[in-house]
Design a protein around this ligand. Structure first.
Ligand code: MRU
Length: 346
């Protein structure tokens, strides 16, 4: 595998980059059991909605390779499915694996299915990047939040994939990167990826975002998503909603870039999207050093929901969805899936 590939199958385990260690060190670790997969997801060693999907699928394949089948396999798959609640790509991928297992796929076919999910992520990323890059201006400032690049997907990325594709196509963009408290995915991961891609960028604290939109002539905000409801309501990293409100106030286009696997067609609106709340110490300390009283009460939602009416458009691998989203998302649901079924790959 390439040094920077966040995920790779290695015969009897999944090798992943431990994203908690970036940017200081590139550390590869092995997950060989369901427990290790669940642990890596829960601690954000592996994170980002599409990458969680591929990783979760490999987790089910690992359990099957160990000889687990039937109800026991289902139970292990459900443990992986529940490792984090908001990114629907994880549920989507585990459900594809369970569907294949219930249709009789054995361990080899399940591994092939996981590899197809991983490959599909790369294909969808490339398509989204091309559609997203076209939306961006020939030059100017762009603002982004969290990390949506190759580390978050295993492919080109979603929002960051579009930005990097536009840069490669000759657009002269400058990216303002929200640091993304509390776990600093923007500061640690997005800056790292933009540097690797040679895209000029400036890091800001989250609290500087509204002023940056106003004062730095920002042309567009691009973010990813963890779950999108039928009406366009979008769950993404905490802070996205505030950014969308600020962008609307300043008349700046606000784009979400996400694959079909991030849409939850069972939800009419974002009200029912489960929002993960994480440990209080993530907010009370930074790098192991206390930044607040140890017993301070904390509210630490990892995601928020941006109402669909604040989105200018949603970029998918099938093209750019425009409002009204109830109509454009219903059309997306009818699109044929790219992913072959287990019996076609096994
Ligand atoms: O908590 P994380 O780091 O998994 O959150 C990631 C995000 O919120 C991303 O914006 C989202 O998954 C889209 S990534 C392509």
């Amino acid at each position: 595998m390439s040094d920077f590939s966040p995920l790779a199958w290695d015969g009897d385990a999944v090798i992943y980059i431990d994203q908690r260690e970036l940017p200081a060190r590139v550390v590869h670790r092995r997950a060989a059991t369901t427990g290790e997969v669940v642990e890596a997801i829960a601690t954000l060693a592996v994170r980002g909605a599409p990458l969680l999907g591929a990783f979760g699928a490999y987790g089910v394949a690992l359990a099957a390779a160990d000889g687990t089948s039937g109800q026991a396999l289902r139970e292990q798959a459900l443990r992986i499915r529940a490792a984090r609640p908001t990114a629907v790509n994880l549920m989507w991928a585990v459900d594809r694996m369970l569907e294949a297992a219930e249709a009789g796929a054995g361990s080899a076919a399940l591994l092939a299915q996981a590899q197809a999910i991983h490959r599909e992520t790369r294909e969808t990323d490339a398509r989204m990047a091309a559609f997203g890059a076209e939306l961006l201006p020939a030059q100017g400032a762009i603002l982004t939040h969290c990390n949506t690049g190759p580390l978050a997907t295993g492919g080109a990325g979603t929002a960051l994939g579009a930005i990097i594709a536009a840069h490669r196509a000759g657009k002269r963009l400058h990216v303002y990167v929200d640091e993304t408290r509390p776990l600093l995915q923007g500061a640690r991961l997005t800056t790292f990826e933009l540097r690797q891609a040679g895209v000029p960028a400036t890091l800001i604290v989250d609290g500087a975002a509204a002023a940056t939109l106003r004062d730095k002539n920002v042309q567009a905000v691009l973010v990813g998503a963890d779950r999108i409801a039928r009406n366009g309501d979008t769950a993404n990293k905490i802070g996205t909603y505030g950014l969308a409100v600020a962008a609307a106030h300043h008349g700046i286009p606000f784009y979400v870039v996400a694959p079909r696997a991030t849409f939850d067609f069972t939800l009419a609106s974002g009200d029912a999207i489960p929002i993960e709340e994480r440990a209080h110490d993530e907010v009370r300390a930074l790098g192991g050093k206390a930044t607040a009283p140890a017993d301070m009460d904390v509210y630490n939602p990892a995601f928020d929901v941006t109402p669909g009416h604040l989105l200018t458009a949603i970029v998918t691998e099938y093209g750019v969805l425009q409002p009204p989203y109830l109509e454009s998302i219903a059309t997306l649901e009818l699109r044929p899936r790219l992913l072959p079924r287990a019996e076609e790959v096994g």
